[in-house]
Design a protein around this ligand. Structure first.
Ligand code: GTP
Length: 355
């Protein structure tokens, strides 16, 4: 079994985090999300992985190489211009030898891929789409199907009171190779908006596979933060226990810890600082006397100087929060940004480093 993980998007909604780090490589509990996805594929017995990339591809290729360190065969196809979610599949057609999984590179889910494969084989359709139920489908692609699961319609982002169903496309597909014949070559094509609706219009059998799994699209800062909270609370199993506190936990004074936290390697934290709850420190972070970091995600080598306060924020690698500065809820601080001492950064701010 093969898998294609779509990793070519620009991740505009996650800027400035994605100005230097492509969205699939943003850390989830201090590990690049794509590494967690590839480990999940390996656990499901899927060892042949194709990555259609395009945006900052070196960050991906240099981390995974040929995939052998994860026990996988990983191959890359770099798009010169983005080909869209179906165009990217057409572009890797030469590598595909049979039925294959397609995973959006930004979906965190507890979906059991083996169970989905079994469902696909049982139905015998051209494709099986993972669906989940949501309270408000207006931001998603609704998928209408009969009681047997056979899909009859796709409705993109309907008004809430006009939505035909609350079952939505969850971004994991299992497709027969034949689907690639339906995708035109050489231009951007969206699988959600173009290919799937066309297959349905042509009477081809696509099936929905609806589960109650944990599912979140990490594409926005609040979702990315919220996903961590869900992992800390055990709502999303990530296989971290008993290592939930992280490899660097022992090096941080107990007085500073407000569980739950995840501490990376090589952090230096003053005993009068407060770390947590719901906080991740990446590798090599430093937090000074009396500083508070709560409900926040710090990437690698972030410095929080004495008396600073970081609340429900995301701080990318190597940024520095000056002494006594305040970072308010929902803010995102980009790579290498420096927040001057005493500055108050307002809620939901987006701060980019000045060259
Ligand atoms: P936004 O710009 O914030 O919408 O993010 P995005 O560019 O990643 O788009 P979106 O979240 O819709 O993409 C869903 C998945 O498809 C992500 O894993 C993307 O990396 C991937 N993707 C989107 N467009 C392309 C593309 O043109 N080529 C490839 N190879 N992957 C893509």
């Amino acid at each position: 079994m093969q898998a294609v993980v779509l990793v070519g998007g620009e991740g505009t909604r996650l800027r400035p985090l994605t100005l230097e780090t492509p969205k699939p490589m943003i850390p989830v509990m201090n590990m690049p999300f794509l590494e967690r996805t590839l480990r999940r594929l390996k656990e499901a017995g899927i060892e042949d992985v194709i990555l259609p990339a395009g945006y900052l591809p070196e960050a991906i290729t240099s981390h995974f190489g040929d995939g052998s360190s994860l026990g996988l065969r990983v191959r890359y196809v770099i798009e010169e211009t983005p080909l869209g979610t179906a165009g990217a599949l057409k572009n890797v057609a030469d590598f595909i030898t049979g039925p294959f999984f397609v995973l959006n590179g930004d979906v965190l889910t507890s979906l059991d891929l083996r169970a989905m494969l079994a469902a696909h084989r049982e139905k015998g359709g051209l494709g099986t789409l993972h669906l989940i139920r949501v309270d408000d489908p207006s931001a998603f692609g609704c998928v209408v199907h009969d009681p047997d699961g056979r899909i009859s319609a796709f409705v993109e982002k309907p008004e809430r009171d006009k939505a035909p169903t609350n079952e939505v496309n969850a971004g994991t597909y299992l497709l027969e190779r034949e689907v690639l014949d339906a995708i035109p070559a050489g231009r951007p094509v969206s699988i959600e908006r173009e290919t799937f609706p066309q297959l349905i219009a042509a009477g081809r059998p696509l099936y929905g596979y609806t589960t109650d799994d944990y599912w979140i699209d990490l594409g926005k800062p609040e979702a990315y933060l919220g996903a961590h909270r869900n992992v800390f609370d055990g709502v999303m199993p990530l296989g971290l226990t008993p290592d939930i506190d992280g490899p660097g936990r022992e090096s941080v004074p107990t007085t500073a810890i407000r569980p739950p936290v995840f501490i990376g390697n090589g952090c230096a934290v003053d005993s009068s600082a407060v770390i947590g709850p719901y906080t991740v420190l990446g590798d090599g972070c430093s937090v000074g006397a009396g500083a508070v970091v709560a409900d926040s995600l710090l990437w690698d080598r972030v410095t929080v100087d004495a008396g600073a306060r970081v609340d429900a924020a995301i701080v990318a690698s190597r940024a520095r929060i000056g002494a006594g500065a305040r970072i308010a809820h929902g803010s995102v601080i980009g790579h290498d940004a420096v927040i001057e001492p005493g500055t108050h950064v307002e809620e939901n701010a987006r701060i980019v480093a000045v060259d």
